[in-house]
Write a protein of this length. Structure first.
Length: 136
């Protein structure tokens, strides 16, 4: 829709933004994504296309593209999200300023009824005191 009627799409996104809706560009780097859209549309978040993440460690071009993402997006006050990945790739993404990750490595899709349990477990882990070694 944004591509077919640029002016209408932009007006719609601006109205949504004024209502407090946060807007993400999904799969940046593939398909119809373009730097010109980042300049025009009021995005809050950029999701890096998974093909770049999956090729980290195998393709130096993917690493160069991902490592160059943090400066322009953070300069535009957009957060960066990477999809999928393994432990090594997540370490690289963290070092490059990626703000968040999503995908099967982090957690599999689950019924909404399990959300409360997952949030409670995560909160409990964050608030529990760390074990201290016994003194002699």
């Amino acid at each position: 829709m944004l591509i077919e009627d640029f002016d209408r799409g932009l007006a719609l996104l601006r109205r949504l933004k004024a209502l407090g809706v946060r807007i993400s560009m999904d799969d940046f780097g593939s398909g119809y994504s373009s730097l010109s859209y980042l300049q025009a549309f009021p995005f809050d978040k950029i999701k890096i296309d998974r093909a770049f993440v999956m090729n980290l460690g195998r393709n130096p071009q993917s690493a160069a593209i991902v490592s160059g993402c943090d400066r322009p997006w953070h300069g535009l006050e957009m957060s960066i999200v990477a999809r999928r990945g393994n432990q090594e790739q997540l370490g690289f993404l963290s070092d490059q300023g990626c703000d968040a990750v999503q995908g099967y490595f982090i957690g599999r899709p689950a019924p909404i009824g399990q959300y409360g349990v997952l949030v409670d477990v995560a909160a409990a882990k964050r608030s529990s005191p760390r074990a201290r070694p016994a003194s002699t």
